[in-house]
Design a protein around this ligand. Sequence first.
Ligand code: EPU
Length: 425
Amino acid sequence: MDYFKIQGGDPLQGTVRAAGAKNAVLPILAAALLTDGTLRIPNSPKLRDVRTLSTLLEAMGCRVQREDSGAIEITADGDILWEATWEQVRQMRASICVLGPLVGRFGRAKVSLPGGCVFGVRPIDMHLKGLAALGADMRIEAGFVEASVPGGRLRGGEVFLGTPAGPTVTGTMNVLMAATLAEGRSVIHGAACEPEVGDLVDCLVAMGAKIEGKGSPTLEIQGVEQLGGAEHHVIPDRIEAGTYLMAGAITGSRVRVEGCVPAHLWAPLDALQRAGYEFEIGTDWVEILPRRQRPLPVDVTTQPFPGFPTDLQAQMMALMSLADGTSVITDRIYPDRYMHLPELLRLGARIRRQGSTAIIEGVESLSGAPVTASDLRASAALVLAGLVARGSTSVHRVYHIDRGYERIDEALAGLGARIERLEEA
Ligand code: EPU
């Protein structure tokens, strides 16, 4: 098992490039199940989650070709097993994205329920409700979601997918993918507006789907008889881009992120601006400018897009732990997503939690210590904190971070950070 050893205190300087978005490429790879044509993603990021999903698709009978560049091609033209086991799904919740395509194309699916995760209960009731609205019989049996479609083909339907925490991203994607092959017209009300949903729409349209309302909370789908292969470039990863900008912020350095979409980053950029940072922004790049003073305290509440993303909440908390004053962070999407909090305390942060809210009294400096990563974004927050903590910080169990960041250690080292990947003794 690998860990990172970080010697804090060095300023960063330079440019990083955002990779393809993890949360776009995963459902898009699953969309390959909708056709017997080949789906090619030339800029698929080289992530552990992408390998995990490719392995699942291979086990289901798809042909998967990966190139050294990361490019990936998937063809689901043989006998496809419409089943995903608990071992496969529990490795990665996004495996649930095979459910919609299986029900849409084969009228059958048996996919293990993902269960909870380190940041609390994560139900999939809306996925089931949406597929049921298209005519699928959905049952829970022995830990599996079992779906069957009387007559074999879904029929168009209308459904509202909002949850008390807002729309569901992968729920919208599952129902959308299934509806592309349903007979007639479907409408998803309360659809998630995240850019990754829009990217899936673009890919499905390239495969021959008829979808209107991209980027809006109402998606209208006119089902077609079949979809074909396509080549699709996924959008840049806005969370990875935001994480590197926060690395610039926490070290007070100039960091330029290229190959990103600034319009996907308004809420985090606004939060950083309120914290006193300045930017230069181009068509596909953002550069955070150096700042000598501590960040100003800002309050942040996570919200569905275009609000502040829950996937940057931990990184923002690492930054606010050094603010010149007290800030309040509330996670409305995942009220229990605070595994980074006790680890930040080990570095000397002063944070207390009240329900879904964390109150952060900024300190002048953090001091390095061994900490343990417990999920992807919590790990990113600990790495950011390690970049400024006095002395040495070791971040253990970094396999979590490899799930969603393409070689973050090399990218940060390229910016001048003293970070090494080592093997646990
Ligand atoms: N929810 C329900 N019922 C459902 C589905 C969701 O009540 O059937 C609730 C959830 O409990 C949560 C809220 O709705 O409170 C939103 O959850 P959502 O379904 O949107 O999350 P997801 O689709 O499972 C995706 C990302 C997450 C990201 C969330 C929120 C992928 C593969 N995952 O998860 O990404 O945090 O949207 O934006 O797209 C990450 O990359 O680190 C990550 C966890």
